[in-house]
Design a protein around this ligand. Sequence first.
Ligand code: ADP
Length: 334
Amino acid sequence: MSDELSPQATTFEQGYEGALRPATLAEFVGQAKVRSQLALLLNAATMQQRTPDHILLAGPPGLGKTTLSMIVATELDKPLHQTSGPAIQHAGDLAAVLSALTPGEVLFIDEIHRMARSAEEMLYLAMEDFKVDIMVGKGAGATSVPLELSPFTLVGATTRSGLLPNPLRDRFGFTAHLEFYATDELVSVVRRAAGLLGFGLSEQGIEEIAGRSRGTPRIANRLLRRVRDFSLVHDTPGDTATVQAALALYDVDEHGLDRLDREVLRAVVERFGGGPVGLSTLAVSVGEEAETIEAVVEPFLVRTGLLTRTPRGRVATRLGWEHIGAVPPGAPLA
Ligand code: ADP
């Protein structure tokens, strides 16, 4: 997978993504259902002067989970404490975070499915009763001391909600499932971000970037920055031609496929007659790990209708054949 099309943020990007993040629910583009559900939850809690239910945000990377956690804090006018599952390796790590929370604070735990098991159990009690039991001393003399916490709202984010243990999942009052964005929603994301960057981009240029962003705002913003750089360095206007030239440089085609995506599709069509072909055979044939094909390449090809998965293996669709310029079997010859 090319860096340009990875839905994960690089460390470098984490530093400046903030500039493009919508700050309020009204500014958050798309996900209309989740937005109205969240607005209701937050408004009801504010009217009753209590903390809202804990919120679980589930969905693939780059769709706005971190952004939404910040918006929850802003809308509630409360501070936000951010941490992540991998940073909580012991119950003590979590106890330290929880005991420092101020009343009403929003606690964001990214990748919550990667938290240590021992901490999970502590979190159950904290979520339910705003309490934790702290172990004092060691061995036979160890005692547990209950500690009252300030009421808080937990916002958990996960790309793998299936990996969350049921008792944890059940303690979230509300789960939002974030979906990939439609192209017209991505058009709004790109238009807004181009405005914030002060980059004059034509409407067609905006649509061109949106159509190549794999349903993911993070990718849309990244492609936009590449196009902006290209336009700056080559002194070209922000039009379709600039978008096409810039993205050709990064091997991102008009559907948002990169070189590996196309190689996989081409292998299925050209070497295996359109399939069916098994995952491991396909992986060997393009010289890539089977896991990468299965986790990164395939879901997008399937989602865009270029490939299907059958019990006997992967099969290129008619659209898949056409995408790489091949004539599907049975099609009338031009
Ligand atoms: P996640 O936590 O799901 O990986 P983030 O919240 O970090 O995703 O979002 C990634 C980037 O995409 C951020 O820079 C953010 O500005 C942008 N983004 C995400 N969702 C939206 C949205 N609905 N509208 C505008 N920009 C968005």
